[in-house]
Design a protein around this ligand. Structure first.
Ligand SMILES: [Zn+2]
Length: 460
């Protein structure tokens, strides 16, 4: 799951360790050993947290392609080709971004990572400051200003309102969540990564948001009217390659390919940051292992009516980059997708709804209730204020009209984007039970003529 503040080759002879599971003629059941082995491979030390565009991510992609092949899933990109390369261009900083404020004889200077975090700052910005404690008290005067918004609590809607009303930048106190991810935020690229061959899916941000440490906010509180200058010089863009992995199992109906189900997860995570490995066991080795398990089960069972694709996307954490590419360069016509289910963070049970899963965008389509009626332990998203529907790969396809939703257990566990998101903090027994609860509903969907639909006015 990407962060809410995002609006953010190994050698040829790689030894691929695939879960040692023999096909069974018996009723398909979740193979706990397979799930465990895949979790260990993906979230173990060897792949160093599968950072976006890294050699480790590429090694993970090859492991996944091989796992699909061994499950008798056909390659989606042509003869023997499970991997789709995606070129990325990421802006870089040539120097640490700096905010300077001059008022009379006072000259204050704040550094990124130390005093402030400017999110995707423009290269330069210079404007008069304006101090506010309440976004509702803003007048026309905020247009073209750098607003020092000294709110009593972190007020995201207020920040958005100020930017929407024409503020060039808003300096705001930190939220608790941003404080926890200070290092990650302050070392992020100064601009959005461009996926080569894809038009940018969202308009450029309307203004800059600058999060201020408490001491920074205190210093700004008494500064009076002044002039602010933000500088964030750029270096050469950084070129990287990520990979989408996809396989297909064609259905037996004559029109099977025109009503295909796409099961997905993202296999990348945060990689190594400041010498600390973020293993991403829950986010999203767990969803990846679930998709591999569906591939293993469906690959060894009798053919179903409808076609099913298995997609594992790279670079979700940096803005659903693999999924951005796939929606523009899919191996099938997008209109042939009957539905997409993304599996994200199903390794930690949510105390608010023990033993069960949630489906983002539950209220938008008729798919969740239909799966629930087939035994899926699936319910509505309990965290609508977090906008999770728009925070995973599913959204890139939903924007194209596909019924695309994300299945999660607890989307905000204490391990979220923390170094503690490792194998020791996922509950494999819970994972096996929730994957099991989805097997029958998924196979039902593949054999039925049920047509998932958007509810009136709910298509994004
Ligand atoms: Zn994530």
């Amino acid at each position: 799951m990407k962060s809410s503040v995002f609006f953010a080759a190994v050698g040829a002879a790689v030894l691929l360790l695939i879960a040692p599971c023999a096909p069974s003629a018996a009723k398909p059941v979740v193979c706990a050993e397979c799930v465990k082995a895949n979790m260990q491979r993906l979230a173990g030390d060897e792949l160093h947290g599968r950072g976006c565009g890294s050699e480790d991510e590429h090694a993970a992609a090859r492991f996944l392609g091989e796992a699909l092949r061994q499950s008798k899933i056909s390659p989606a990109f042509g003869d023997g080709v499970y991997l789709q390369a995606v070129q990325l261009q990421t802006p870089t900083a040539a120097a640490v971004p700096k905010l300077e404020i001059v008022s009379g004889n006072t000259h204050l200077s704040f550094l990124q990572g130390q005093d402030i975090v400017a999110i995707q700052p423009p290269e330069t910005l210079r404007a008069a400051t304006l101090y506010l404690t309440d976004a509702k008290s803003a007048t026309e005067a905020i247009k073209g200003k750098v607003v020092i918004y000294d709110s009593a609590f972190f007020d995201q809607p207020g920040i958005q309102a100020l930017l929407g009303a024409g503020a060039l930048a808003v300096i705001s106190p930190l939220s608790d969540q941003n404080a926890q991810h200070w290092n990650e935020l302050s070392t992020r690229s100064p601009g959005r990564t461009r996926v080569v061959g894809v038009e940018s899916p969202e308009p450029a941000p309307i203004g800059a948001t600058i999060y201020a440490m408490p001491q920074t906010m205190a210093a700004l509180r008494h500064i009076g009217q002044g002039e602010a200058q933000l500088t964030a010089p750029r270096g050469e863009p950084r070129a990287r390659t990520t990979y989408n992995v996809m396989g297909v199992l064609h259905g037996k109906a004559s029109d099977a390919d025109h009503h295909a189900l796409l099961l997905t997860a993202h296999y990348d995570h945060l990689g190594v940051r400041n010498s600390v490995t973020f293993h991403g066991a829950n986010d999203d080795a767990s969803g990846t292992a679930a998709v591999l398990e569906f591939a293993r089960i469906l690959g060894q069972s009798a053919r179903h009516r409808r076609t099913v694709y298995f997609g594992l996307f790279g670079c979700e954490e940096e803005g659903e980059l693999g999924a951005q590419y796939i929606q523009a360069h899919a191996p099938m016509a997008i209109s042939d997708l009957m539905a997409n289910l993304e599996f994200e963070m199903i390794g930690v049970d949510d105390p608010k709804r023990p033993g069960a899963l949630m489906l983002t965008g539950w209220e938008r389509t008729n798919l969740g209730p239909a799966l629930q009626a087939q035994g899926a332990r699936l319910g509505p998203d309990l965290y609508p204020q977090q906008h999770f529907f728009r925070r995973s790969d599913n959204y890139q396809l939903a924007r194209r009209g596909v019924i695309a939703q994300t299945v999660s257990a607890w989307p905000l566990p204490p391990t979220y984007h923390a170094a503690s998101d490792d194998l020791a903090h996922v509950d494999l027994a819970f994972m096996n039970s929730v994957i099991t609860s989805m097997v029958k509903p998924v196979t039902w969907l593949l054999d039925s003529d049920f047509q998932p639909q958007w509810l009136p006015g709910q298509k994004p």
